[in-house]
Write a protein that binds this ligand. Structure first.
Ligand code: FES
Length: 145
């Protein structure tokens, strides 16, 4: 007379072990994300392109939501409108030739260099690409934010 010992359901055990491994991996990923961010690892955001679709004469200034575009003979220079003090939106004061923050009156040069006020850092600058039409004439500007 032989007795049969019930065999464990091996496929069920494998399934549960696999689920446990995925749960463990997910938990580690969730726990590691804030640690990596704390350690300084950040994902750089994708660049955003803003196009100014018109030819501007050299020496002119064009203001957009996020930047001020200064046009020169050789191209353009885009300065961020986000104040480095507390983030207010700065404006170009044509009569004074400076960029000024309306919140606490920090002042910056047209190159974005800090001149006065509570802001301690210069304004950010963005790369500008001059767009040309088929004849080679300037047709606009592309600013990479
Ligand atoms: S936010 Fe611009 S000076 Fe304070």
């Amino acid at each position: 007379m032989s007795t049969t010992v019930p065999q464990p359901d091996s496929s069920r055990r494998r399934f549960l072990a696999r689920q446990l491994r995925w749960l463990l991996a997910g938990t580690l990923a969730v726990l590691a994300t804030p640690l990596l961010r704390f350690a300084g690892f950040t994902v750089k955001p994708k660049p955003r392109y803003v196009t100014v679709n018109k030819m501007l004469p050299p020496g002119s200034v064009h203001t957009e939501h996020d930047f001020i575009l200064f046009v020169a003979d050789t191209g353009g220079r885009a300065i961020s409108r986000r104040c480095t003090h507390l983030g207010c939106r700065v404006n170009y004061r044509l009569e004074l030739g400076i960029i000024e923050c309306p919140c606490h009156q920090s002042q910056f040069s047209p190159e974005g260099t800090r001149l006065a006020g509570p802001a301690q850092r210069n304004l950010a600058t963005f790369p500008v690409r001059v767009l040309k039409d088929d004849q080679g004439a300037i047709s606009g500007y592309e600013v990479t934010l």
